[in-house]
Design a binder for this molecule. Structure first.
Ligand code: 4AD
Ligand code: MG
Length: 435
């Protein structure tokens, strides 16, 4: 039986013999002794001390099994415990050219991502990511939502044609899914409130720190809900994920130097800011938008919110803000129009604080057949491509709604890493499909 370093680092093991397995993370050879920092298969590390000749052939990332006695020594790095090595068995001696060291360009770290995963930073992020996914799932399960999955090879656009990945599907053309939403909408008629966690794909031409070509999409949909029901679900879900994750991953967040005092305040309710007020606020601060011809003008009602405007609105906030009631013209065809305000959608985006910006989009769906056909046409889409979706408006249509949460956007906010690429183990962007 081999143990993990985390278990070995305890008073109970002092003086006892243990066996651990792992890899050489750091190596310091002195005249008499070699100090081998061993990383186990969950990223934990412990110093193992060997007589120099025994460790002579070791190199960084060689894989090994160490048996020895645990001792406590305040000089030992990473918690003051070490193993006085007795036997050393190697599985593989790595050549001495291991490419990941202390100073590397971001590009090299991405090119060698399969190896970068062994760095402390990536291990910390991977663990935080695992908690985010775990608590996201758990919230839905505990609150009576049913888990479903939807296909990722599809025939129709959900979020507009410009970010579709085209694919040759036998003898016809298909796309990689941008969102499971339309399929979740089909499920609520027999399964009630449902949720899914599926990859979504966007052929984003922009290189930004918050866009990926493939991301993990946590989506939910339910019948007979109001916009307020949706917002309340979102704020509970996000608060639950954050509070549990910062408790479970306190060590990893500290390693990433993330001050979590703001995150501790993330509890419902989140502010609901009408879109009109968002525009007024931005105007009052002289906020401008760049037009197609490159000239600038003041932001006005009808404009979508850019990352810059989201940053401006949230820079002083310590909790997320919902911006509610965007114009339908800047939102997809399925957004329900407010029956009391023409041109305004019953829709909201959750903007993460301190400038992080949009992490969810959601709201009510247009449930009237004539209106949705109109909207599909207005968006320049072909209603024939949506025939199955339109059946949902034909047979027993009900008011319904839902939302989508970008897992990587949420992790970027929780970890405060600069680039969204670092929130996912193998990122996919416009310029990267390997490793
Ligand atoms: O705002 P979006 O495009 O909304 C939808 O797809 C809806 N159909 C979801 C629904 O109602 N079921 O995407 C939802 C969220 C965004 O708020 C953002 O967090 C994330 O998905 N997202 C991306 N994350 C990383 N890279 C991208 N390119 C993303 N595009 C959207
Ligand atoms: Mg959105």
């Amino acid at each position: 039986m081999y143990l993990r370093t985390k278990d070995v680092k305890s008073q109970d093991f002092v003086g006892k013999e243990v066996t651990i397995r792992g890899w050489v993370h750091r190596l310091r050879k002195q005249k008499e002794n070699a100090f081998v920092l061993v990383r186990d298969d969950r990223g934990g590390v412990i110093q193992c001390v060997f007589p120099a000749e025994k460790a002579a052939g070791l190199t960084i990332e060689s894989s090994l099994e160490v048996a020895g006695t645990v001792s406590q020594d305040s000089r030992a790095p990473e918690g003051g415990f070490e193993i006085k090595g007795k036997t050393l068995k190697t599985f593989n001696i790595a050549p001495p050219d291991y490419p990941i060291g202390e100073y590397q360009s971001d590009e090299l770290l991405l090119d060698k991502r399969h190896l970068t995963l062994r760095t402390r930073k990536m291990i910390a992020i991977a663990k935080i990511r695992s908690s985010v996914l775990h608590y996201g799932r758990r919230w839905f399960v505990e609150n009576g939502w049913m888990e479903v999955t939807a296909p990722t090879i599809v025939k129709g656009a959900v979020e507009g044609g410009s970010t579709l990945f085209k694919l040759k599907y036998f003898d016809e053309e298909a796309y990689l899914s941008q969102s499971a939403q339309l399929y979740l909408e089909a499920m609520i008629f027999s399964l009630g409130p449902v949720w899914s966690l599926t990859p979504s794909f966007r052929a984003e031409r922009s290189r930004t720190v918050r866009h990926l070509a493939e991301f993990s999409h946590l989506e939910a949909e339910a019948p007979w809900v109001t916009l307020e029901d949706i917002l309340s679900t979102e704020e509970q879900l996000v608060s639950y994920i954050i509070q549990n994750t910062i408790t479970e991953r306190a060590e990893e967040l500290e390693f990433l130097k993330r001050d979590v005092s703001d995150l501790k305040k993330v509890q419902p309710p989140f502010e609901r800011m009408p879109y009109d007020k968002a525009i007024d606020t931005l105007r009052s601060r002289g906020f401008q938008v760049v037009q197609e011809d490159g000239s600038r003008r003041d932001i006005q009602f009808g404009d979508d919110l850019s990352i810059d405007s989201e940053r401006e609105l949230t820079k002083d906030a310590d909790k997320p803000i919902f911006v509610v009631g965007y114009p339908i013209a800047v939102k997809p065809f399925y957004v329900k129009e407010d029956p009391e305000r023409q041109g305004v959608g019953l829709t909201a985006d959750m903007l993460a604080p301190r400038g992080f910006g949009e992490i969810t989009s959601g709201g009510l769906r247009e449930d009237d057949m004539a209106s949705i056909v109109n909207r599909i046409k207005k968006e320049g889409l072909n209603p024939d491509a949506y025939d199955w979706y339109l059946d949902l408006r034909k047979y027993g249509s009900v008011p319904h709604g839902g939302f989508g949460l970008g897992i990587e956007r949420l992790i970027r906010w929780i970890t405060n890493v600069e680039d969204i690429k670092d929130t996912v183990l193998f990122p996919r962007t416009m310029s990267r499909v390997t490793p």
